[in-house]
Design a protein around this ligand. Structure first.
Ligand code: DQA
Length: 152
């Protein structure tokens, strides 16, 4: 089976998962989430690349690098940058790689400043509120949509 390459990007503070505000984010560590994603990816014919950074510019550069790696889709939890980062929005538009935005928590049930996303209107879809499962649902949705709209 020919594998497709998908990049998963985790934004700031997500390296702290497991002990970070478990009422919002659950108890799964980032490593556990990445392992579940890799297990699911195998069944979907996906080669998964996972990346986390606490720095906006580093996230922008990782998105740029995706073009050379023939990444065909991105699952991104931009974390707090969701609500502020025009730079990450522009990077995703610049590479023109389809992406899905995911959140562990239901951002719409939380503070008003978390209701705004700088990316959502350009995303293929948004999944929020299912803890670590949000990533798995996001990956499934992305791959199903890519099959319907094959890459250029
Ligand atoms: C988050 C929600 C954001 O508002 C917050 O800043 C995060 C995590 C989530 O996954 O629920 O860091 O993206």
């Amino acid at each position: 089976m020919k594998l497709i390459d998908v990049l998963v990007i985790h934004g700031p503070n997500l390296n702290m998962l497991g002990c970070r505000e478990p009422t919002h984010y659950g108890c799964d560590t980032l490593d556990a989430i990445n392992q579940s994603l890799k297990d699911l990816a195998l069944t979907l014919g996906v080669r998964l690349h996972a990346f986390q950074s606490n720095h906006e510019g580093v996230l922008v550069e990782r998105i740029h690098q995706a073009v050379d790696e023939r990444i065909v889709g991105i699952v991104i939890n931009p974390a707090a940058y969701t609500h502020s980062s025009i730079a990450i929005r522009d990077a995703l538009l610049a590479v023109a790689i389809p992406f899905v935005e995911v959140h562990l928590s239901n951002v719409h049930k939380r503070e008003p400043f978390r209701h705004r996303s700088m990316l959502a209107d350009k995303a293929m879809g948004v999944v929020a509120g299912f803890g670590g499962q949000s990533y798995l649902l996001g990956l499934q949705g992305l791959v199903a949509s890519l099959v319907r709209v094959p890459p250029k």
